[in-house]
Ligand binder design. Structure first.
Ligand code: SF4
Length: 305
C-alpha cells in the first residue's frame, strides 16, 4: 500500500544510522514511507511511523535513484520507519541503485520474516538491526507493542546464514524500564556466540519523545555500564551513540588500544588506518569495509524534501 509514497528525503552521514564499520564517511540519501509494524512509545519519527493514513510524494524507483545521485550520495538508506513494510518498493529502488553504483542500507527493527530476508538478498548491502531495551520481553510488550522479541534474533540468524549483508547491532537504552544489565549480558552473549567478537554494537542514548515525555534521557553512566558489559562479553567494537564528544564514540584498536577512528557525533575527525584498514600503530586489521575518502564532508547534511 505504501509503494512509491515517499514521505521524506534527506542526505545523512552513514554514521547517523548508526553504521561505523561499512563505508565510513559516506553520504546516504535516506527515504521513508508512512506507517510501521511497531508502536514504539518513544518513537522519534512518530509523525510518519504512526500515521494511519498513507501519504507521501509519488515517486518511481528511477526517480529515487536519480535524486540520490544528484544529491551526491553514495548510497540509499531505507529508514525513519521500518523499511520491510515497503520492501517491494525498496527492492525496486535498490536493484536500480546498485546498477548505478550506489549501495543500499536498511535501518531496521529486525522484526521480519524469512521471506523478507530472501528479498533483501536481491539488493541490500548493509543493515543495522535495532534492539530496544536490551530485547527484554516485558519492555517489548509494554513499550513497543509486540508480544515477543524472538523474531529479531531469528532474522539476524537468517541474514547470517543466507546472505552476505554487512550487519551492525543497535540497542536503545531506556532508563528505568529498558536498562537491565542482566538482559544486556544475555544480548551480548547472543551476539558473541552467534556472530563473534567483531560484530559492532551501538548503545544509544534515549531522549524523551512521543508518549514517553516523562522519562529522563539515559544517564551516561548507564550507557557506560552497558559498554562495559559488551567488552566483558568479548565484543571488540562497542560504541555509545547520541552522546557527541564521549570517548566511546571512537573506534579503538583492540590490540594496542589506540584510537584508530576518531569521531565527534557523526563527524570523523581522525583516521589512523592504512590502505588495508590496518592499525597505523600496531598493524592489527580492523574489520571496516571501505575507506575514508578525501572530501568526505561534501553533501553530508541536506534536506531534500
Ligand atoms: S520501529 Fe522505529 S520507526 Fe517504528 S515505531 Fe519503533 S522507533 Fe518508530
Amino acid at each position: 500500500m505504501a509503494y512509491g509514497k515517499v514521505i521524506t528525503g534527506h542526505v545523512d552521514p552513514i554514521e547517523k544510522k548508526p553504521v561505523t564499520h561499512y563505508r565510513p564517511g559516506t553520504s546516504i540519501f535516506s527515504i521513508a514511507t508512512t506507517g510501521c509494524n511497531w508502536l514504539c512509545k518513544y518513537c522519534q519519527n512518530y509523525d510518519i511511523s504512526q500515521r494511519r493514513k498513507i501519504e507521501g510524494t509519488d515517486m518511481t524507483p528511477e526517480e529515487v535513484v536519480s535524486m540520490a545521485k544528484s544529491s551526491g550520495s553514495q548510497g540509499i538508506a531505507y529508514t525513519y520507519n521500518q523499511p520491510s513494510i515497503f520492501i517491494e518498493f525498496a527492492r525496486d529502488c535498490g536493484v536500480i541503485a546498485r546498477r548505478n553504483g550506489l549501495f543500499n542500507i536498511f535501518v531496521s527493527n529486525g522484526y521480519d520474516t524469512p521471506e523478507t530476508v530472501h528479498m533483501m538478498k536481491e539488493f541490500l548491502d548493509c543493515i543495522t538491526v535495532d534492539f530496544k531495551g536490551n530485547a527484554e520481553p516485558q519492555f517489548t510488550r509494554r513499550y513497543v507493542g509486540v508480544p515477543d522479541p524472538q523474531p529479531i534474533f531469528d532474522t539476524l540468524k537468517e541474514i547470517r546464514d543466507k546472505t552476505t549483508i554487512h550487519v551492525e547491532i543497535t540497542d536503545l537504552i531506556v532508563p528505568q524500564v529498558g536498562d537491565d544489565l542482566e538482559h544486556a549480558v544475555k544480548l551480548c552473549k547472543f551476539i558473541y556466540d552467534e556472530f563473534g567478537p567483531d560484530m559492532p554494537i551501538h548503545f544509544l542514548r534515549f531522549h524523551p519523545d512521543y508518549k514517553m515525555m516523562e522519562f529522563e534521557s539515559t544517564p551516561i553512566k548507564t550507557l557506560e555500564k552497558h559498554h562495559a558489559v559488551a567488552k566483558k562479553e568479548g565484543l571488540k567494537y562497542a560504541y555509545l551513540g547520541n552522546v557527541p564528544g564521549h570517548h566511546l564514540e571512537h573506534t579503538y584498536c583492540p590490540e594496542c588500544k589506540k584510537i584508530v577512528v576518531k569521531r565527534y557525533g557523526f563527524d570523523i575527525q581522525g583516521w589512523y588506518l592504512d590502505d588495508n584498514n590496518n592499525c597505523k600503530f600496531c598493524g592489527n586489521n580492523i574489520p571496516i569495509t571501505g575507506k575514508l575518502t578525501e572530501n568526505y564532508k561534501q553533501n553530508r547534511f541536506q534536506f531534500v524534501f
